[in-house]
Design a protein around this ligand. Structure first.
Ligand code: ATP
Ligand code: MG
Length: 317
């Protein structure tokens, strides 16, 4: 089976108890939960039985240990996750707002995650990788950008493929070097996995069809647009495939896109048709939102299949 590698932040997530709770005041919080977009993605891929590994860095502390243990328990290759004494593992505090948006306090760039590098273990991991996945959130510093571009070059250099989930807010685009980095990643992307407005970050097009057409013209093989509870749409040069969302009780939306992406990429690498990969990915995303904590809803291959055979689609509310 093909091996997937990603590089980027490992963090713990700590979430506010109440909707609209201020993070500027003391209050009840839940967590720490293992997190970080590329870690969620690699965790889900590994849990599906796909060979998968992560290049990252954590502090020598409980938060780092929890993340490493979780990934290792699920069968992910953590040989290129380095452990640092002088810095703490990254953190993300999140509060959900009544309008569905999220407010974050991040400590990533100056956490241990900022120390990730292409050492000899990362080189060995990349040498055995067939596919590299990029999370836009992982392009958080010049060092991180260099690690990710090196990962892409290594995997593409021996005939591998690349997927890219922009996973980024529009404000982040204005960070120094970000636009260039995103363009460089996009130029090497085979599978592009934006959600909602992210499709429009790279184009002046104002409607979805023209934006997708423009992305495909750039040489991307397939564009998969994630639409929350409504499911997702797959586009390539020849066709468009739509999958309705599965009907579930949403407890915590964070991580859905990462689990969806891992589901889609894993099945695509196994040679599945887009219809099958898309439906499977939607099931991974739907299961992800049923638990509090971004990795707590990650399901195994057998669990996802069982969910799909029992579930209803298309009437998500
Ligand atoms: P995030 O960045 O928070 O991880 P995202 O914005 O990248 O998420 P979403 O579109 O929210 O991605 O979710 C990805 C996929 O997960 C959707 O395409 C859908 O298939 C599934 N999904 C997400 N939320 C729900 C929900 N409430 N009910 C059913 N399926 C859902
Ligand atoms: Mg996302």
């Amino acid at each position: 089976m093909k091996k997937i590698v990603s590089a980027g932040e490992i963090v713990v997530e700590i979430m506010a108890d109440q909707l609209d709770q201020s993070l500027a005041k003391p209050g009840l919080l839940h967590g720490p939960f293992p997190s970080g977009a590329p870690a969620i993605f690699i965790g889900q891929a590994a849990r599906l039985g796909q060979p998968a590994g992560l290049i990252s860095a954590v502090g020598e502390d409980d938060f780092g240990q929890m993340n490493i243990d979780r990934l290792r328990d699920w069968g992910a290759d953590v040989s290129a996750v380095t452990v640092h004494k002088g810095r703490a593992t990254g953190t993300a505090f999140v509060a959900y707002r009544a309008d569905g948006s999220r407010h974050f306090v991040f400590n990533i760039r100056n956490s241990a995650a900022g120390l990730m590098e292409i050492g000899h273990r990362a080189q060995a991991l990349l040498a055995g990788a067939d596919h590299f996945h990029v999370m836009g959130s992982s392009l958080f510093s010049e060092t991180a950008i260099a690690v990710i571009l090196a990962g892409i070059e290594a995997v593409k250099g021996h005939g591998g493929t690349v997927s890219f989930d922009p996973n980024i807010r529009k404000e982040m685009i204005e960070l120094p070097g970000m636009r260039e980095a995103l363009d460089q990643v996009l130029a090497r992307t085979d599978l592009f996995l934006p959600s909602g407005a992210e499709l429009f970050i790279f184009t002046k097009a104002e409607d979805e069809a023209s934006a997708v057409a423009e992305m495909l013209q750039r040489g991307i093989s397939a564009v998969i647009v994630k639409k929350g509870s409504e499911g997702a749409v797959y586009h390539d040069q020849h066709r468009q495939v739509t999958a309705a969302g599965f009907s579930v009780q949403e407890v915590d939306p964070t991580g859905a896109g990462d689990c969806f992406g891992a589901g889609f990429v894993s099945l695509w690498l196994r040679g599945a048709q887009p219809e099958e990969a898309l439906r499977f990915a939607c099931a991974c995303g739907a299961l992800a939102v049923t638990r509090k904590g971004p990795m707590e809803g990650i399901a195994s291959f057998v669990e996802v299949q069982a969910f799909m055979s029992d579930a209803t689609e298309g009437s998500a509310s």
